[in-house]
Design a protein around this ligand. Sequence first.
Ligand code: BGC
Length: 251
Amino acid sequence: MAKRAIGIDIGGTGIKGALVDVKSGKLLSERLRYATPDGGTPKDIAHTLRDLIAHLPKAEGLPVGICFPAVVKAGVTKSAANVSSEWINLDADRLFEKELKRTVHVLNDADAAGLAEAKYGAAKNVQGLVLMTTLGTGIGTALIYNGKLIPNAELGHLEIDGIDYESKAAYSAKERDELSWEQWAKRLQKYYSKLEAYLTPDLFIVGGGVSKEHEMFLPLLKLKTKIVPATNRNSAGILGAAYWAKKHTTD
Ligand code: BGC
């Protein structure tokens, strides 16, 4: 079984990638970052990935895991957040395999972040239900039960007071509405209380760039469930995607 794989994290503004030792969860190369091409079409993004991978050292033939902000079923992207609508119902595994000429496995971005925590981070060896949430432009969620991913949870779109709550509680909403930490925490309290009532998780993990400032908002939340920041911040998607690719590749 290959110990190395390439992990790629595609977002609305940037595409990041690195070579990963999937056993230790350590990056074996620099993390490369390219701007997401305007419009975010599948063809343009595939070309960007080809360039990015060409700049990774000793990456010949290695499997590639790619995480993406969409529901992904068997390599087919079923939705598209902040990228072109051409992604809806696209066989992304096949498109990337043709372009990159190697094995590719695509998965949801929050699922990748959740896997990274389960294998190398705050959810390692945690039994029961872990609910990973990423607070960024949107809210991504991943369910991990006894270390196993239950893919494609889209709990960022939970409706509260008739509103898709991602639009109120994502980090982008804090910035857009110029909320103080206390004001934002009130919305987070509402959101996490609902998740807690519906799922009774054993652990919440909070990821996304803002999680590095966790001391500003996590202590303001009153929940029965333990809530901790993610340990893999900028590289969570890359690590989880590389792990996913390795898991689905036999050699
Ligand atoms: C999408 C999810 C994604 C999350 C974070 C949401 O808007 O529906 O699929 O995981 O944003 O990028």
